[in-house]
Write a protein that binds this ligand. Structure first.
Ligand code: AMP
Length: 267
């Protein structure tokens, strides 16, 4: 990986114990500290082919690129970063309102395969290699199909989205038949860990049912405290739920609530 996926991908390797042998390594290739793994930093665009051709056993790239290339590789693990959408978009002032209305329109994209496969109606595709967002203004196309992350590029170019064709994120891919089991397990443990938090709290025993229901864990640990009638509850929760959960726990009678990160999770 290189480009926008580089930093988060290297940080995932670090967290999985596969950091470079010499810290701060910036080279194009580096051997890992703790495992017999060599990391090669190359453009995300090139990775599906490198993996398919057996130049490397596995790679981190965007799911959009894997699908667009139709690469014969295995998708081993979604990595939880580099999220973006492949959207169809049109100039603000145009009359298109729905994807179906694009029938017969000219559509510029660097993703011809996905556009053809995922647009609900046949269109005339104009395949270009970059800066798709300027195509309508140049009179090259009525609409575009392009990746959208924050939506800034669409806005800056006076475009609005008509709809999403595909959701992408960074993915670990492997060559068919390559022995990647241990690497996948290490990375999965980190990706799963990042998606969770460990919550610890104290509560009156009389509120235990309500609190267990709120944390929603199948089997929270419940420990007696020295203070009579009080218990500690420990549970694993989805990281995305924490924001909403904390005030609910407080309202249900929980005190001394601690939320800690999970380094790895092997279920
Ligand atoms: P944004 O302005 O954040 O919506 O980003 C849109 C621009 O960045 C478009 O030109 C896209 O081609 C590019 N882009 C957005 N997300 C990704 C991604 N995950 N991988 C590669 N290019 C992306």
């Amino acid at each position: 990986m290189k480009g926008r996926l580089r930093e988060p991908a290297v940080s995932l390797l670090e967290d999985a114990g596969l950091g470079p042998e010499s810290p701060g390594e910036r080279a194009l290739a580096f051997p890992c500290r703790n495992a017999p793994v060599d990391v090669l930093l190359v453009r995300a665009d090139d990775i599906p082919e490198y993996v398919q051709d057996g130049v490397v056993d596995c790679g981190i790239t965007g799911l959009d690129l894997v699908r667009e290339r139709g690469s014969g590789v295995e998708e081993l693990l979604r990595l939880g970063f580099g999220s973006c959408r492949l959207d169809a978009a049109v100039p603000e002032e145009s009359e298109y309102e729905r994807l179906e209305e694009l029938e017969g329109a000219t559509v510029a994209t660097v993703f011809p395969r996905l556009a053809r496969e995922l647009l609900p109606v046949p269109v005339e595709l104009v395949e270009i290699t970059g800066s798709v967002e300027v195509a309508p203004r140049l009179g090259l196309a009525d609409a575009i199909v392009d990746l959208v992350s924050s939506g800034n590029t669409l806005r800056t170019n006076g475009l609005r989205s008509l709809g999403t064709l595909f959701r992408s994120e960074a993915v670990l891919i492997g060559r068919e038949g390559a022995d990647t089991g241990q690497l996948v397990a290490m990375m999965r443990a980190v990706v799963e860990g990042r998606a969770h938090r460990y919550v610890m709290l104290n509560a009156p025993e009389s509120r235990l049912d309500a609190i267990c229901e709120l944390v929603g864990s199948r089997s929270p640990s419940v420990l007696p405290l020295a203070e009579p009638g009080m218990v500690a509850v420990h549970a694993l929760v989805d990281a995305s739920r924490v924001w909403k959960l904390l005030p609910e726990l407080e309202a249900a009678g929980a005190t001394s609530i601690l939320v800690v990160p999970v380094e790895r999770m092997v279920s």
